[in-house]
Ligand binder design. Structure first.
Ligand code: ADP
Ligand code: ZN
Length: 612
């Protein structure tokens, strides 16, 4: 097939089965690449549309696509979603009976299954036979970061997946993940023996999530903030993450007393109870969950509208993963984090007792710096994940109330030049010493007192330099290479600033103020958190459509968001289709769902139009 033929078919499937007109960024490139038999590593944020990258190839090629997934709940969710669109998919795992698994495998052999979801153990067990007898068109490895010890979810059962390539040398492999720092990404290719795989990467930005951090320490203050926050999110689903089991219970109780429907969730609950809570949340029967980190891993629910961190998380990876559970459908969502020194103290003792104390302390430190920063939150996050993001986001609390800033381009160029002149082989402390012109023995021994940048920053104090260097780090001018003695290295953006001849690259720093954090805290007490922009949509009609969706989901025993996402309902409320033809061309309505659901939804719309 030519690229053009593949593209036509792929778009046809996208439209027929899913009701979408266009690919998301990189989806088409990935599909085309594997359709030509090449291996791929796909790095996209949550909600970036990773699954489509292997679902479309399954629909347009002969044979079966095997999807390796570590989480049983996610497998079920994906299979349900595909079946809702009449795509033949099934899962094989240890939770089903052997008979069920065998029947499914038989269907696979008969070509009746296009997508087979499987746990790593099961694939490894079946691999030898399958490689000889089964027509496999693609092997997708989801949550591929689990294979790396650098990643934060290392799973021993993933390490053996390196054997897959040897078993299926002719079959393209697609590794997918939403975590992708520099080190993990290299590790994935290496461990899966797909060293030549092309890396496809989209921005990790989640622009629809509004970011807020507030310094609030007492339970009373936090509760009153939560209540104000929930007023804006009436009836919407969200998660309150807490550090301890105890806190999940007290917060849930307090909210129930105030008339909210909230339940705690943590590892110590009986399995049955956990399953009920999770199911009720997914089915929109329980809007608020107060959870420890044990909650959320296996949940694909696309209409989580908000996340609150009752306590600061222990690192930026975790924070980003947790807020990422909101707004997968691309509609506005809101994240709020409470930050206090008490949390820092608790987390410090956790980190010190942990196996990797040094790394964990460093990560905690970066988290704390994030909270106290005067730099755009999104800039810090994305730069932390090695993505150059060189502008402010206008959708976080810092951007909505920016501190006083000055043109710090000269200072930045001094620092960048010093980093460059030591051949990017020194850490933060030495760079500041060079700029200050210190006479430390280490410095002179290395001959750094002869550098051109030696002493150019004498006019500032050590504290000022440290504060500005931190801002520059958070803005993405350089990064810390932890695997190389924490040396500072220029990013592409930093290089651009250093050699800028046009005068267009301006680095705006916020004035060093030893009391910046306290002043911000005081200002926050007066100020409200920033509110996501309201959509121009008829709230009442949306609500009616939501009820219709819930009723249908109940009747069919699947989660409401699997029928239509909030985004599709929003579009429906705007366009108000009243006929089959109008309904069938809506965004997110494929052929199967058009036939299955046009009546109940258009009835609701007609009823609404008549009574208004
Ligand atoms: P990920 O696995 O990367 O978190 P998903 O594959 O779950 O993301 O996709 C997130 C949402 O985006 C889903 O509701 C999916 O149907 C939708 N989606 C995927 N691709 C497209 C597209 N090309 N156009 C519109 N919506 C899409
Ligand atoms: Zn911002």
């Amino acid at each position: 097939m030519t690229d053009q033929q593949i593209k036509l078919q792929a778009l046809q499937m996208l439209k027929t089965f899913f009701g979408y007109q266009r690919f998301y960024p990189q989806q088409w490139q990935v599909i085309n690449h594997v359709m030509h038999g090449h291996d791929a590593v796909v790095l996209m944020p949550t909600g970036g549309g990773k699954s489509m990258c292997y679902q479309i190839p399954a629909l347009i090629s002969q044979g079966c696509v095997i999807v390796v997934s570590p989480l049983l709940a996610l497998m079920k969710d994906q299979v349900d979603a595909l079946r809702a669109n009449d795509i033949p998919a099934a899962a094989v795992n240890s939770q089903q009976s052997d008979t069920d698994n065998r029947t499914i495998i038989e269907h696979v052999y008969n070509g009746r299954i296009k997508l087979l979801y499987i746990s790593p153990e099961k694939l490894l067990a079946e691999m030898e036979t399958w490689s000889q007898h089964l027509q496999v068109s693609l092997i997708a490895i989801d949550e591929a970061h689990c294979i790396s010890q650098w990643g934060h979810d290392f799973r021993p059962e993933y390490t053996r997946l390196g054997e897959v390539k040897q078993r299926f040398p002719q079959v393209p492999i697609m590794a997918l993940t939403a975590t992708a720092d520099r080190l993990t990404r290299e590790d994935i290719r290496h461990q899966l023996h797909i060293d030549d795989a092309t890396i496809f990467e989209t921005s990790f930005d989640r622009p629809n999530i509004t970011l807020n951090v507030v310094a609030e320490s007492t339970a009373r203050q936090k509760l009153s903030r939560i209540v104000r926050f929930l007023k804006r999110h009436q009836g919407q689903s969200g998660i309150i993450y807490c550090l301890s089991r105890k806190t999940t219970e007290t917060v849930a109780q307090q909210l129930c007393k105030l008339g909210y429907n909230a339940q705690p969730f943590h590892a110590m609950l009986p399995t049955q109870r956990k399953m009920t809570v999770q199911r009720d949340f997914v089915n929109d029967d329980l809007p608020i969950i107060c959870a420890t980190v044990a909650f959320g891993m296996g949940i694909n629910k696309s209409n989580v509208r908000w996340i609150i961190h009752y306590n600061m998380p222990q690192n930026i990876e975790r924070y980003y993963q947790e807020i990422g559970r909101a707004g997968r459908d691309g509609m506005p969502a809101e994240a709020l984090m409470f930050y206090s020194f008490n949390d820092v103290a608790t987390l410090t003792s956790f980190a010190q007792q942990s196996g990797q104390a040094r790394v964990n302390m460093e990560k905690l430190h970066r988290m704390q710096q994030f909270c106290e920063s005067t730099v755009c939150r999104r800039r810090i996050l994305l730069n932390y994940f090695d993505e150059t993001f060189d502008h402010d986001c206008h959708n976080c609390d810092v951007c909505s109330d920016p501190p006083e800033r000055f043109d710090g381009t000269m200072l930045a160029q001094m620092a960048l030049s010093a980093i460059k002149r030591v051949e990017q082989r020194e850490g933060m402390t030495m760079i500041v010493d060079i700029l200050k012109g210190s006479s430390k023995a280490e410095l002179t021994l290395a001959g750094y007192h002869r550098l051109k940048t030696y002493g150019v920053g004498r006019d500032l104090t050590f504290r000022q330099w440290n504060a500005y260097m931190l801002q520059m780090l958070q803005m993405g001018l350089f990064y810390i290479a932890y695997e190389e003695g924490s040396h500072l290295k220029l990013t592409e953006y930093g290089t651009r600033v250093l050699y800028d001849k046009t005068g267009q690259e301006r680095v705006m720093l916020s004035k060093y103020d030893p009391h910046a954090f306290e002043s911000r805290q005081a200002a926050q007490a007066r100020q409200k958190t920033i509110v996501p922009s309201a959509e121009l949509v008829d709230k009442q009609l949306f609500e009616e459509l939501r009820l219709t969706r819930t009723a249908l989901a109940r009747a069919q025993g699947i989660a409401p968001y699997l029928i239509f996402s909030d985004k599709v309902l929003t579009v429906m409320a705007q366009q108000r289709p009243t006929t089959f033809a109008e309904f069938a061309i809506l965004f997110g309505v494929g052929e199967t769902k058009a036939k299955r659901y046009w009546r109940p939804f258009t009835d609701t719309i007609r009823r609404y139009l008549n009574s208004n």
